[in-house]
Each structure stands twice: as C-alpha cells, then as structure tokens.
Design a protein around this ligand. Structure first.
Ligand SMILES: Cc1cc2nc3c(=O)[nH]c(=O)nc-3n(C[C@H](O)[C@H](O)[C@H](O)COP(=O)(O)O)c2cc1C
Ligand code: SF4
Length: 560
C-alpha cells in the first residue's frame, strides 16, 4: 500500500528547485496515478506546496504528462486563489479579512506590516476568513496559520522576516492553534471508543444503520439541515453499484471554525462516521475535501487515515482519500466540491439531479459535513435515544457553535439544538451587544428583540456560527464587508450573481455616501436582491443579498 510521505509539509520559507524527476517522485509518493486527469488539481496543489509555485514550465510538463490541455490547466490556475505561477517571495503573508478581524485591528496591522516590511523579501495581502476568527488577527504565513497578531508581537514578527529567519526556525508557538471548547456537551465529551460504533454497524444491515440514524433525527450540520438518513437511503437505493462517500471539510463560511476542532481533535469519529456511511449505502470509496487554509492538518489527517488502514478498517472494501482545496469558498457548495474533487474548477452544477443520484464521477454520492459524520459515530456508539433526547422536536441533538467577535470568550460552545442565542451570548461573555450575525454572511443578523430565538434548523443560520457585534459597530460597515465577500467569492459563472454582487456593492456605496439618492438606492437594492434570489444558479448568489436585506429592515431604527 502507498505510504504517503508528507513530512515535508511543514512551515517553510525556502523551496527546493523544481525539476521533473523531483516533481514526479513527490507526486508518486502521494498517489499511484498523479497524472490522471481527475488528479490534476491535486497535483497542482501539491506542486505548489512543495515548490512554492506552479510555474509555466511546470504547467507545460503536467499538461504533457496528463494529456490535459494547457488551457484547462491555466483555467484551474486562475480559478483557485491559492495557486500561483510566479516564484514566491521568501515570506507570503495572507491576512484573514473577516469583519471580526477588521474589528480586531486588521487594517492598521496590515498598514503597519506593509510599511515596515516594504524592503523585505515579503508579500502581504488578504484572503477571506481562514477559520480562525476566534483568534484574531489571524493570518497564513506561507500557508501556515499564525494567530493573535497584534501590537504585542508585531515587532517580533517583523524582526523574524527582516532577519530572514527560516520558518522552520521560528519558535513553534507561532504556528500553534488553540481549539477552545468553552462549553462541552455530549458530542465533545462522551467516552468515544474507537471502532465500537463501526462494530455495531457491521452487525446491522444497511437499512438498519440508516433507520438508526433516522430514529435519532440527525440532520446535516453543514448548513442546509437536510435529514441525513434520507440522503443515505436515497443513495443506497440507486441501482448503480459504484457509490461514493464525501466529507465536506471546506468550512469556508466566515466566522465558522467548528470543523477545525473536529478535524484536529475528533478526526477518528469523522472517519468512523464515513466508514459507517459506506457500510450503510454500499460505497467503495470516500473523499475528504479539506480546505486549503487547513493544510496544516493534512499530515495529521493522513496519519489518522493510516491508522485506520493499519487496523484493517480502511483499505480493503472501502478507502478514503484526502483532497486539498485551494482557496475557493464556492467549493464548499456540494456540487462545486464534487467538480473540484474531479479535478475541475469549482463551478456548481445544475440541481437536480442531486448528488445522491448523480454525484462524483456521475455516481450516487453521499455528501455530508464533518460534524454530521461525527454525529453518526456518536449515534451508533451511544444509541439513537442518546442523541434524540437532546434538542427539540424538529432539531435533535446538540452541536458546536463557533462564537467570535465582541465577547470575552470567543471559541466553541456545544449546546443542545434549540438553545437560545441569548444563552450563547451570556456564556461567551458578550456585553453591550448590538446584534449578532448567525450562520455567517449568508445567514441572518439578529438584534436584541430576537435574542431569545432558538438556534436550530427551523430558524435562519443553521451553520453553527455566531459573530457578535457591540454597540460601537456600524451595521452599514458590516453589510459592506459581507457584500464585498460575496463579490470576491462569486465564481463568475452566472450573470445575476457575477454582475449582481458588483452592482450591490456599488449601490451600497451610493446608499451610504449620497443621501440624495438614498431612497432610490434602497429601492434598487431591494429589486436587485430579489432578482439575484430568483435567478442565481446556486446558493451563493441566492443568499448574497441577505446582508443588504438585513440592513434595510433595520436601517431606520438603528442607523439614522
Ligand atoms: C456557497 C455555499 C458554501 C457552502 N459551504 C459549505 C462548507 O464549507 N461546508 C459544508 O459542510 N457545507 C457547505 N455548504 C453546504 C453544502 O452544499 C451541503 O449542503 C453540505 O455539505 C451537506 O452536508 P450536511 O447534509 O451534512 O449538512 C455550502 C453551501 C453553499 C451554497
Ligand atoms: S450564483 Fe454565483 S457562485 Fe453560484 S454559480 Fe452563479 S456566479 Fe457562481
């Protein structure tokens, strides 16, 4: 069996020179068929990680080896933000541009870094949220996460860069990521016994496993809240013998970082859940789609997978491959993720057909979020009643909430489904709170009169994140930030979203700065959002106008 060697995947500031033998050897260590067309994106990502960039000669070589047209490779290079064709500087700083990071001082830190490092071998730019908004200001240095950047450690960071200290020699604490679960619950504290749930599942038929998941009332925790048993059942009943299980670990919604915790500390539960799903539906292969921002978890996850192979639970009837994304938020949308897993640009597909019928490589496919698989393992080990007895009628179980922003204790909180936003705000030490954005930019903005709203599947914001804003914050600013996020992340495939997100940003500008045109811009924005909701191709465009609607609903009361 292939022993994937990723020991080189550590913070690095000097990259070895590229040559074809070296590149081929590295790629073959990761996969037996690195030049098959569906592996092409993974090969680009791995070349980028190993050699710092995928230069033109590398692209030409890959095109020749794989038979994939050079134009298609170039299209991938331009689609995925993290793929670069120019030789990188010694240090590449990507600061996370999330509203919470802005409120924590991102802009002045960026200005200061730009000024102080102007003659260093260094590039500074921003990227969307990197899943660390509990530790602002956060950034990636050559792809690896640094947290809590602020006036207290700015001098040290600049000195390391100006003195050209290799990343391998930076104190390890620079790259430490702390996962703080401030409030534990069943999922994060039960006595997990590796393999016990799987042993249970092996003694059951596929239908019995699915019934067990159904009895528990498990619904997907990636955002849409679709019943998991129904998804599995649908996939199982397809006549096609080849089926796949995919785990969505893209976690791109700004302000969300719960999957980061599971991937770091409960990866075995996630993997076990995928194997259980495979048994239930009769799948032969599985894939974990890990966001590029979490590359620092790649080796850890490979090691976990290796242990499952060593124990014989993976690698025979069913195996799991780890794929890395490359900085495109849209690849969290399930059909875009499938496209990306097939080695293509992450352009969402038409739905229907849904992945359960026509999914990865055209075969029936289960797509579930990391936390959903963790719950499946919990249910099989602890019994469906243990899960079902927590939560409320329509939203069973508990879940992790990612809390960031204006509160004393940003971090993770496991609460029963249906707990109120107020409880979460109190637990996290939020005070003087104006409002909270639930479920990321595509969720909803809740004000004080809505703080008793239950956080569950029947209410907006099923994604499990809460960004807290105090009374010093401006709703217009928050809205502008979210609107720009969508503008930046639109994949550009359909006009209502591609042009609509740009127009919305401009109208918002006009609304804010031109009082004479305020009523007109308001009307235009409402019309445009409606159009985007009805005619966009995927969920991104359909929800991109929600922050503006939130603003307009509240505007007279809060901004004038
Ligand atoms: C623009 C967009 C981005 C998304 N990003 C994610 C993501 O990062 N992680 C995730 O699990 N689901 C994401 N989703 C939802 C997925 O499409 C899909 O519903 C989910 O992975 C299904 O898993 P679940 O049933 O376990 O929730 C996104 C959806 C949209 C429209
Ligand atoms: S709605 Fe936006 S993200 Fe979705 S396909 Fe259209 S352009 Fe792409």
């Amino acid at each position: 069996m292939l022993k994937r060697d990723t020991e080189w995947l550590v913070p690095n500031s000097t990259f070895p020179d590229w040559n074809t033998e070296r590149a081929e050897q590295m790629l073959l260590q990761q996969h037996p068929h690195p030049f098959s067309p569906e592996r092409i994106l993974q090969s680009l990502v791995l070349l980028q990680l190993r050699f710092g960039a995928v230069t033109n000669p590398m692209q030409e070589w890959l095109s020749q080896k794989s038979g994939v047209a050079l134009t298609d490779i170039r299209a991938l290079m331009s689609f995925y933000f993290f793929l670069e064709q120019d030789k990188p500087p010694r240090y590449h700083l990507r600061l996370a541009d999330n509203i919470v990071e802005r409120h924590a001082g991102l802009t002045s830190l960026q200005e200061s870094l730009t000024h102080r490092l102007c003659s260093a071998d260094c590039r500074i730019d921003t990227t969307s949220c990197i899943g660390l908004s509990d530790h602002p200001v956060s950034l990636l240095v050559n792809g690896f996460p640094v947290t809590h950047l602020g006036p207290h450690n700015l001098d040290e960071l600049c000195a390391l860069i100006i003195n050209r200290v290799p990343l391998q020699k930076w104190p390890r604490s620079w790259f430490a990521v702390d996962n703080r679960v401030h409030h534990k619950g069943p999922l994060t504290s039960y006595p997990y016994q590796r393999g016990k749930a799987l042993t249970q599942a092996r003694g059951m038929t596929g239908d019995q496993i699915i019934d067990r998941i159904g009895e528990a009332g498990l619904r997907g925790l990636g955002g849409a809240g679709f019943p998991t048993a129904f998804k599995w059942h649908w996939c199982k009943q397809q006549a096609e013998p080849v089926k796949y299980i995919t785990c969505n670990a893209d976690e791109g919604e700004p302000g969300t970082f719960k999957d980061r915790f599971y991937l770091t500390e409960q990866a075995d539960q996630m993997i076990e859940g995928m194997v259980i799903a495979a048994l239930a539906v009769g799948a032969q292969a599985g894939f974990i789609y890990l966001r590029g921002e979490y590359v620092y978890l790649y080796t850890h996850l490979e090691r976990c997978l290796r242990r499952w192979r060593d124990s014989g639970d993976l690698g025979q009837d069913f195996d799991i491959e780890l794929h890395l994304g490359a900085g495109a938020y849209i690849c969290g949308e399930e059909s875009a993720m499938l496209e990306s897993l097939e080695g293509k640009r992450g352009i969402p597909r038409n739905k229907p057909p849904f992945p359960g019928t026509v999914g990865l490589f055209g075969k029936p496919t289960v797509v579930n979020n990391v936390e959903t698989f963790v719950c499946a393992t919990y249910i099989l080990q602890q019994g469906s009643a243990a899960f079902k007895n927590t939560g409320n009628e329509k939203s069973r179980g508990s879940r992790l909430h990612s809390v960031s922003g204006d509160c004393r204790q940003p971090g993770l909180y496991e609460l029963a489904q249906g707990s109120s936003l107020r409880t979460l705000l109190e637990l996290s030490g939020a005070h003087n709170t104006l409002c909270a954005q639930i479920g990321g930019p595509s969720g909803a903005l809740f004000f004080e009169d809505q703080f008793d709203t239950p956080l569950d599947f029947e209410n907006p914001g099923r994604g499990g994140s809460v960004m807290v804003f105090n009374k010093d914050r401006s709703i217009v600013n928050i809205t502008r930030h979210f609107t720009r996020f969508f503008r930046h992340e639109s994949c550009g495939f359909c006009t209502p979203c591609r042009a609509g997100t740009v127009a919305l940003d401009q109208l918002l500008d006009q609304y804010e700065h031109n009082p004479a045109l305020q009523a007109k811009s308001r009307e235009d924005m409402q019309e445009l959002v409606q159009l985007m909701q009805h005619s966009s191709h995927c969920g991104l465009g359909k929800t991109a106008g929600l922050p503006v609607l939130n603003l307009l609903q509240r505007e007279p009361a809060h901004e004038q």
